[in-house]
Design a protein around this ligand. Structure first.
Ligand SMILES: Nc1ncnc2c1ncn2[C@@H]1O[C@H](COP(=O)(O)OP(=O)(O)OP(=O)(O)O)[C@@H](O)[C@H]1O
Ligand SMILES: [Mg+2]
Length: 386
């Protein structure tokens, strides 16, 4: 069918034509945004899930909700080697400058700017801050990131409140925060909520963020509601497949939908990818099971050569060996002891490789003693490409 009309959108953070199965989470986020706006603190959200389940799409949606409520919104995406101090400082600068123009700034915003200036001066290679305000020492310049970030957040919150504004900070790929940075972030959110200030932080990341937060601060779960973002279940999986086509007056035969679900296992990214190829290869509506089967071969070939391969190429030799060992055991989660046996190494000797695979975001610990892949269907890929 006409590829120009193709309604499927495989990508990273790309808004799907039909956002399936996330109404409850969106409604929670909406309530949070509205409550914080009227000074009613509420637990914020920490969205966690595997690669391609739709975390970034949800953060983008939350960003839209906050913008509708006139929040100042900044969305941060962390990468593996980022220094969180520097990254957040750059965004704080932007937020402060958005709260109000310097000429019109009231007392609290001027103070926040001065405190931020002192913070940037105290930070080696910090962001340049050429605004004409005097640095105010004594807050946010101790060199202890946890107390400095808390001071900064409080000052931003107080400035926003005085100027009648609200601030929403969205942090994606949160698993790349170091534990001490996570501790600083949680402590800062804690203070903000105690003081009922109009600043909200929503995080998203791989499943390891749950453990990272708990290790950083034992009270993390009282500040954040941890929401698992999962594959789509019936009937939302079928809707994610059929609804985009329906908008173009194209339908699926029912066994074609079943085949589609069998291949993608309800994972949003794979649904978009297979949907795209099925649409391009099918000749007419309704789409048949053979259309889906034909498209599956093309889709897998393309995923193997791009999506999966790019990821595998980031792994070092011994990391690859460990992952091939996992895949040979079938579907996860995998007991570490079984993986060790499979690759013929002692569990204790595997630990460093396991740790680098977790920090690179390849695997996570679903429960004590176990590991699993963060990319859905990665085990199938490794078995196909031994
Ligand atoms: N609820 C949904 N219904 C249908 N399609 C979706 C849904 N959520 C996400 N998608 C699609 O899935 C793909 C992946 O979404 P997204 O990039 O948000 O995933 P992610 O969880 O952030 O992945 P990663 O961990 O790799 O960053 C996109 O093409 C998006 O359009
Ligand atoms: Mg993402």
């Amino acid at each position: 069918m006409n590829p120009i009309e193709n309604p499927y959108r495989p990508g990273a953070g790309t808004k799907p034509v039909f956002l399936a199965g996330r109404d409850e989470i969106i409604s929670k986020a909406d309530t949070l945004i509205k409550r914080v706006k009227i000074g009613n603190p509420q637990r914020s959200l920490m969205l966690y899930g595997l690669r391609g389940v739709g975390k970034t799409v949800l953060l983008n949606k939350i960003s839209e909700l906050a913008e509708t409520e006139n929040y100042i919104v900044e969305q941060i995406e962390m990468s593996e080697n980022d220094d969180f101090r520097k990254v957040i400082a750059g965004f704080i600068r932007k937020i402060l400058l958005k709260i109000n123009r310097i000429e019109n700034a009231k007392e609290k915003l001027l103070k926040a700017l001065g405190v931020f200036k002192a913070f940037s001066i105290s930070m080696p290679d910090g962001p340049e801050f050429k605004i004409d305000v005097d640095a105010i020492s004594g807050e946010a310049d101790s060199g202890d990131f946890e107390s400095d970030l808390t001071d900064l957040f409080v000052n931003i919150g107080q400035a926003a409140k005085e100027e009648g504004k609200c601030v929403c900070i969205l942090i994606d790929e949160t698993q790349y925060l170091k534990e001490k940075d996570m501790a600083a972030l949680i402590a800062s959110c804690h203070k903000i909520s105690q003081k009922e200030l109009p600043l909200v932080v929503v995080c998203a990341g791989l499943p390891s963020i749950a453990a990272l937060s708990g290790d950083a601060k034992s009270y993390a779960e009282r500040l954040f509601e941890f929401i698992p973002i999962k594959y789509l279940e019936s009937p939302q999986d079928a809707l994610a497949i059929t609804e985009p086509a329906k908008k173009k007056n194209v339908t699926y035969e029912s066994d074609a939908v079943l085949e589609f679900i069998k291949v993608t296992r309800g994972y949003p990214y794979f649904i978009q990818e297979l949907g795209k190829h099925t649409w391009d290869l099918a000749h007419s509506s309704p789409i048949t099971v053979d259309d889906v089967k034909n498209a599956t071969a093309t889709t897998l070939k393309e995923l193997d050569n791009s999506f999966f391969k790019v990821r595998l190429d980031r792994a070092a030799g011994r990391e690859k060996r460990l992952m091939y060992g996992m895949a040979e055991l079938g579907q996860g989660p995998y007991l570490m002891a079984d993986v060790a046996k499979k690759v013929g190494i002692k569990v204790s000797s595997l630990s460093p490789t396991r740790a680098t695979l977790i920090s690179k975001g390849f695997i996570y610990t679903p429960e004590f003693g176990y590991i699993d892949f963060t990319v859905p269907l990665f085990d199938d890929f490794l078995r196909r490409n031994k």
